[in-house]
Ligand binder design. Structure first.
Ligand SMILES: C[S@@+](CC[C@H](N)C(=O)[O-])C[C@H]1O[C@@H](n2cnc3c(N)ncnc32)[C@H](O)[C@@H]1O
Length: 260
């Protein structure tokens, strides 16, 4: 089992550019497999009318924006967040359309197609850039993850591939889930996705530990933390994508509602 990599390791060694390499369409990476799965579910979740409101907070955004593309159709204000300075800087780079920012065009095209908005890629990117109002420092281990900033509770929380990366054991995971849910209104939605049975993943030359998650645990912990699961989708790993960059067995996508 890989040695636990915590916040200091992320701050010092998580290279946003190397990580973004996983999200290049057409290169057979695990990120691509995950993207296909997650984007379809985000699209369904945010365009079917069931999940809506004014504000959405993304926990542990990393340097990525794919998870927010469909949400920007529904929410007026999105707050992105991450633990590391370099990830937040990389996000800002994309938001300001600076030279060297990651090119999300293939992913935006895919989402536009899913949403029936082919040809409207430029509008979509503009809309997302306008909707993301802040990129904040976040630590899921703090009772207020945005400390010292106090945010009004949001209508929706998204988090993808973050909690299993940030937590060293299942108790810590439960506590982190409780911490982030304090940012959500009662009755608000949590859109949680990530990797199943994953113990490590590689970013450039660095190996990061990952907390091994199973479906039964996720169901239990969400219920104990005050959520009602509305959807639980699993994608088993395709043998064609098996390589030594990560050992996950599948991906999950959960839509849950915080009890009122
Ligand atoms: C695997 S990346 C996921 C990034 C992005 N959400 C995605 O879907 O690709 C894990 C992210 O968790 C963040 N992270 C690690 N520890 C954290 C903590 N204690 N609080 C908040 N975020 C943390 C890392 O900085 C990193 O961006």
């Amino acid at each position: 089992m890989a040695e636990f990599t915590g916040g200091d390791d992320y701050q010092a060694e998580f290279d946003p550019k190397a990580y973004l390499g996983h999200y290049k369409f057409g290169e057979g990476t695990w990120g691509e497999e995950y993207l296909n799965f997650a984007l379809k579910h985000y699209c369904k979740t945010f365009t079917s009318g069931g999940v809506k409101g004014d504000t959405l907070i993304d926990i542990g955004s990393g340097p990525t924006i794919y998870q927010l593309l469909s949400a920007s159709e529904t929410f007026k204000e999105i707050i992105a967040s991450d633990y590391t300075d370099r990830n937040r800087r990389e996000l800002e780079k994309w938001l300001k359309n600076e030279p060297g920012a990651f090119d999300w065009t293939p992913v935006v095209e895919y989402v536009c197609e899913l949403e029936g908005n082919r040809g409207k890629e430029a509008e979509k990117e503009m809309k997302l850039r306008k909707t993301i109002k802040q990129v904040l420092k976040c630590d899921v281990h703090k009772s207020n993850p945005m400390h010292p900033i106090i945010l009004p509770p949001a209508d929706c929380l998204i988090s993808s591939l973050c909690l299993e990366a940030a937590c060293k054991d299942l108790n810590t995971y439960q506590l982190a889930l409780k911490n982030i849910s304090s940012l959500l209104k009662p009755g608000g939605h949590l859109v949680l996705s990530g990797a199943l049975a994953c113990s490590f993943y590689v970013v450039g030359p660095k190996r990061f530990s990952c907390l091994v998650l199973r479906e039964e645990f996720l169901r239990e912990v969400l219920s104990e933390t005050g959520f009602i699961i509305q959807e639980f989708e699993v994608l088993c790993r395709d043998d064609n994508f098996i390589d030594d960059s990560s050992d996950f067995s599948g991906m999950f996508f959960i839509l849950a509602q915080r009890r009122k």
